[in-house]
Ligand binder design. Structure first.
Ligand code: S3P
Length: 173
């Protein structure tokens, strides 16, 4: 089986859906943020505060390169919302596996993340505006990186899992 890569904006459900789908398939789940936090021994907030976003983006690319080198094992990968911005990353994602974009609207994201303190990019007085700005500048990159786009608005967890299963089934036929 080809690996599955989930991309999309912060709060679109990549990690929770990815973890569940991996459990259902009996394969490993990996998440770039988790790998970076483990390797660094620091939270994403701390990395942004001490080293800045640029250094964090380099860590993400290094992480993808390491995962590509492990292509012999099957996994579901969830990547941070900013990963598809870099062209180099988009190429790496495609090499790693089948890329599915979990697409959620800014309103849904805002409702989910309005009290979140773990996303450094949203810690300002106008998180709704920030979400809308980031989303409109990133949309093109998510679409360019994706093999499939899955609209998640209004869908429950099980429906999303079923749709991922359908995509993968159709691809393997
Ligand atoms: C980011 C998304 C976060 C995390 C970091 C930056 C982004 O991951 O990598 O806070 O630039 O969109 P999630 O998408 O898992 O929240």
């Amino acid at each position: 089986m080809n690996n599955i890569v989930l991309i999309g904006f912060m709060g679109c459900g990549k990690s929770s859906v990815g973890l569940r789908y991996a459990q259902m398939q009996g394969i490993e789940f990996v998440d770039t943020d988790q790998l970076i936090v483990e390797k660094q021994g620091r939270s994403i907030n701390e990395i942004f505060a001490t080293d800045g976003e640029k250094v964090f983006r380099k860590m993400e690319t290094d992480c993808l390169k390491e995962l590509l080198a492990q292509k012999n094992k099957s996994f579901v990968l969830s990547v941070g919302g900013g990963v598809p911005i870099r062209e180099e990353n988009r190429k790496l994602l495609k090499q790693i596996g089948t890329v599915i974009f979990l697409k959620a609207s800014p309103n849904v994201i805002f409702r989910r993340l309005r009290n979140d303190k773990t996303r450094p990019l949203l810690q300002n007085e106008n998180p709704r505006g920030r979400i809308m700005d980031l989303m409109s500048s990133r949309k093109q990159f998510y679409e360019a990186a994706a093999d499939y786009v899955l609209d998640v608005d209004g869908k429950n967890f099980d429906e999303i899992l079923t749709e991922i299963g359908d995509i993968i089934k159709a691809e393997n036929n």
